[in-house]
Design a protein around this ligand. Structure first.
Ligand code: ARG
Length: 276
């Protein structure tokens, strides 16, 4: 693993000091806040980064509203959150070109290319054997999409049918395990998953509910979501098992963004009433 080690205690301390300012009203000056003592512990562990000063991110940029491409630029709820996390850690977020979803975990565990994988990654026990997850970013579920007038009204109608999914996803696994006799076809990209349904190569799509809702609302407005499946999935950031200090720092930064209102701002931007 070819990585440089840097101590970010100083940066972390500076940031804690900076973010402490807006909180002055609720926190008497001179009181010893817990974040300040966290910062003084920061020197005890070293975060390894692929590039100094940068938080290098691997993502499959086909998953709006979490991460998507707008021209050349990565945009989305997780993109904003990652930028805020990086800033909180005194780093700059840098996205690699869109990376095929099912290659991201191997890429992170091999090391050297990206520090984190952020792509609507559901926390699963299987994945935990290969990589570490941070604390949870947001909850999710699965959804089932069909063409209009398909005659399919529930998952029960899909037995033995062809289901389009994204390769290496929980949607693929769910379809294999729950739709009897289905031919579950994995595609590299979500755009190919939707193209397959549109082009009649598949009878239905199974993928993450917020994402299929987004695609149906904005791009494939004729398609229908016939079922919401409460899988209770939770997204988190993927980090190498060799970099536990980075997981710790990300968790600290996430906790801070959840208390200082930044997480809520980002959430409301993408999922609040005004995001409609
Ligand atoms: N939540 C699902 C999983 O973890 C799907 C994630 C797909 N992400 C993407 N960016 N295409 O398997």
């Amino acid at each position: 693993m070819k990585i440089k080690k840097i101590g970010i205690a100083a940066a972390a301390f500076a940031l804690v000091a900076a973010v402490a300012l807006p909180g002055c009203s609720s926190q008497p000056a001179g009181s010893s806040s817990s974040s300040a003592s966290d910062a003084s512990n920061a020197g005890s562990t070293e975060v390894a980064l692929v590039n100094d000063g940068k938080l290098t991110v691997a993502a499959s940029l086909d998953f709006p509203p979490f991460e998507n491409l707008e021209g050349e630029e990565a945009v989305g709820f997780e993109v904003d959150l990652v930028k805020a996390l990086a800033e909180q850690m005194g780093l700059q977020a840098e996205y690699l070109p869109s990376t095929k979803f099912d290659t991201i975990i191997p890429l992170i565990s091999a090391g050297g290319k990206a520090d984190i994988g952020v792509s609507g990654f559901t926390v699963t026990e299987d994945r935990k054997k290969e990589i570490d997850f941070t604390d949870v970013l947001i909850d999710s579920n699965q959804g089932v999409v069909v063409m209009p007038n398909s005659g399919y009204t529930s998952v029960d109608d899909l037995a033995g049918k062809t289901i389009a999914t994204q390769s290496g996803t929980t949607g693929y696994d769910w379809a294999v395990e729950n739709i009897p006799g289905a031919n579950v076809v994995p595609y590299d990209e979500m755009t190919a998953v939707f193209a397959a349904l549109q082009g009649s190569q598949a009878d239905a799509i199974v993928s993450d509910l917020p994402v299929v809702q987004y695609y149906v609302k904005n791009s494939y407005t004729d398609m229908q979501i016939i079922e919401e499946i409460p899988t209770g999935e939770q997204y988190a950031i993927v980090v190498s098992k060799e970099n536990p200090a980075l997981t710790d720092k990300l968790n600290e930064a996430l906790a801070e963004l959840k208390t200082n209102g930044v997480y809520d701002e980002i959430y409301n931007k993408w999922f609040g009433a005004s995001a409609e």
